[in-house]
Ligand binder design. Structure first.
Ligand SMILES: Cc1ncc(COP(=O)(O)O)c(C=O)c1O
Length: 383
């Protein structure tokens, strides 16, 4: 049987990983500045994470949500403490798209309304409603099209105010990434997030903070939305939550009430997923990784800003983007093939950095050196 060919693949087979490095089948070592798409939060195959999962596997890996699973409560308590949202409620699922789907659905159950506000360049996943609030017509199938979604320009306060004035009581939720990832590392202004909070409160709409990519400590705060100093009603989480084990969830504000049967999943919150998520939070706490992400990010951002040729260096913590001019269009490929460094991208010309929060200073320097050399290789200094 053939694989369904949907991914443009690099011709590299990774067989081993540790911390911020991965190795291919020939033993070549790569520096991972991409974190497997922002997923590797505490470092590849972290020993504590491996041990916690192994120990859990020896006991029980899965049972359905028809029985008590105390690990879920342990996870909720730890998550509440580390995120500072102790009075929120946790619903566990398996992927970012599923988190989005549940958040939007729950908002609509909560206020009985249908319209959703989303923003230009947003990415919220590929399932039905998640893709409908994603600003990329190429991945929206005809069956996913809906009149319920209103797209507004990102960070445009006047457009947001006008939309609420026009649609008054029809808006169920506003969904926004604190820092857009797939869209190219676009930072939401604090004043924009504050306005979303104000309007959602005023019009009984639900503020959904998509934290799948920008959350879990990556930006130097648990949720990147925290920088605005206001609380969202629902936070979505996935990627870094399990450090590679599929686990996701939503944090739900106390005023949103649950009802039996309202949400559900077979796999969400299983024993092994909880063990992975707990291991991640334990390492984040023990190694102070949120503050490390802030420090390393600041260091990287400042260094990148001083490199000739890179444009519009932006981001926060370890969620960083920069644009490359036409003459450096092959920079990402060169970094991978000649300098053995993985990075992410956003079309047309943005390079995205999403390394593990445990990246060391030495590794960031190693990256900066490789970057400088790759740039010089592509654009030799003029005499
Ligand atoms: C902001 C954001 N939301 C949602 C998703 C969807 O997550 P998943 O691929 O786990 O379904 C992604 C994935 O890249 C994302 O970046």
């Amino acid at each position: 049987m053939k694989l369904f060919d949907v991914y443009p693949l690099n011709n590299i087979t990774i067989t081993k990983a540790l911390g911020s490095y991965v190795w291919d089948e020939n033993g070549a070592q790569y520096l991972d500045m991409y974190g497997g798409h922002a997923v590797i939060s505490i470092g590849h195959t972290h020993p504590h994470w491996v041990k916690r999962m192994e120990e859990q596997l020896e006991k029980i890996a899965f049972y359905s949500n028809s029985v008590m699973i105390p690990l879920q409560k342990e996870l909720a308590d730890k998550l509440g403490k580390i995120s500072g949202k102790e009075d929120y409620q946790l619903f566990l699922c398996n992927s970012g798209a599923e988190a989005t789907e549940n958040a939007l659905k729950l908002a609509s159950f909560h206020n009985g309304k249908k319209k959703i506000v989303s923003f230009t360049k947003a990415f919220h996943g590929r399932t039905s409603l998640a893709v409908a609030v994603t600003d990329n017509p190429a991945i929206v199938a005809p069956v996913n099209e809906t009149d319920n979604v209103i797209f507004l320009p990102f960070n445009d306060e006047a457009a947001l105010e006008q939309c609420f004035t026009e649609h008054c009581d029809q808006i169920s939720s506003v969904i926004i990434e604190g820092i857009q990832g797939v869209g190219g590392i676009n930072v939401a202004k604090d004043s924009f997030l504050q306005l979303i909070r104000k309007l959602c409160t005023q019009y009984n709409a639900v503020y959904i903070a998509d934290s799948v990519q920008c959350g879990y400590g990556r930006t130097g705060q648990f949720f990147s939305h925290d920088s605005a100093g206001v609380d969202a009603d629902i936070y979505t989480m996935a990627k870094g939550m399990g450090n590679g084990f599929p686990v996701a969830g939503i944090l739900i504000a106390p005023h949103i009430q649950s009802k039996h049967g309202m949400l559900g999943t077979t796999f969400g919150g299983n024993h092994l997923a909880c063990a992975a998520a707990l291991a991640v939070l334990e390492v984040i706490e023990q190694d102070n990784l949120i503050s490390m992400a802030k420090q390393r990010g600041m260091y990287l951002l400042n260094k990148l800003k001083s490199i000739d040729g890179l444009k519009n260096v932006r981001g926060r913590g370890l969620m960083i983007g920069f644009d490359v001019p036409e003459e450096l269009k092959d920079l990402r490929k060169t970094l991978l093939n000649d300098y053995f460094v993985f990075t992410g991208e956003s079309k047309p010309n943005t390079i995205r950095l999403l390394p593990s929060l445990a990246i060391t200073r030495k590794q960031t320097d190693e990256f900066l050196e490789a970057l400088q050399e790759a740039i010089t290789q592509l654009v030799p200094a003029k005499e």
